[in-house]
Design a protein around this ligand. Structure first.
Ligand SMILES: [Zn+2]
Length: 205
């Protein structure tokens, strides 16, 4: 859900954001829509997803299941998104495996959590968005070793941090407020603070 540029001065309703799908090296087909819907339902039982939903409740931003929508998004550049007041969208045509849905929900719930607890969260501010992407990619396990192997990225040492950076940059590219070198500069500027900020977890799960 990239905002359209904020020309009109309307309140910003979108959280920009993408969980960036097209990094896969495998070519298996996406799952049928109804399997995707069922997958969302079962992902809601995942302990990490439940923990994050609970934390959202406690922080005063409940995320009822109705705020998680299955859709055919019609874009190939993301598998899901989060928007303020919109909630989480799962782009079913980009989903191939059930566990991708769980991972996606965790990723987007981190954005939702940031949107809730960060004071004056501004998705148009490239540094704010960069911080949330670093956290979402780190804490969702998007960069766990096995997943990276599936994508065909084999380099071992430091791969996790490299992966978080790479994926954060990819998502920032969809933000019209982070063009040129702004995305990379923002990621570097906030990196250590945001990578080490594992809230609401005690440590990266
Ligand atoms: Zn993201």
């Amino acid at each position: 859900m990239a905002g359209t540029g904020g020309r009109t001065g309307e309140p910003e309703a979108t959280g920009v954001e993408a969980a960036s799908a097209p990094e896969r090296s495998e070519s298996s087909r996406c799952m049928p829509f109804e399997d995707c819907v069922a997958g969302i339902k079962s992902s809601l039982k995942n302990p990490t997803v439940r923990f994050l939903m609970e934390r959202m409740d406690k922080a005063g931003c409940p995320m009822p299941p109705g705020m998680i929508t299955a859709r055919n998004c019609g874009t190939a550049d993301k598998n899901g998104s989060y928007g303020s007041r919109i909630g989480i969208t799962v782009c079913c045509e980009e989903i191939r495996y059930k566990d991708e849905i769980t991972q996606l929900l965790i990723h987007e719930l981190i954005h939702a959590y940031d949107d809730c607890v960060v004071k004056d969260m501004d998705w148009k501010n490239c540094a704010h968005h960069a911080c949330s992407e670093i956290r979402a990619n780190h804490l969702s396990g998007d960069c766990h070793y096995k997943r990276e192997l599936l994508r065909g990225f084999m380099k071992m040492r430091g791969h996790e941090q490299e992966c978080v950076k790479r994926r954060a940059l990819m998502s920032l590219r969809n933000n019209p407020h982070c063009s040129g070198t702004a995305a990379k500069d923002a990621v570097e500027a906030v990196w250590s603070i945001c990578y080490n900020d594992t809230r609401p977890f005690d440590r990266a799960p």
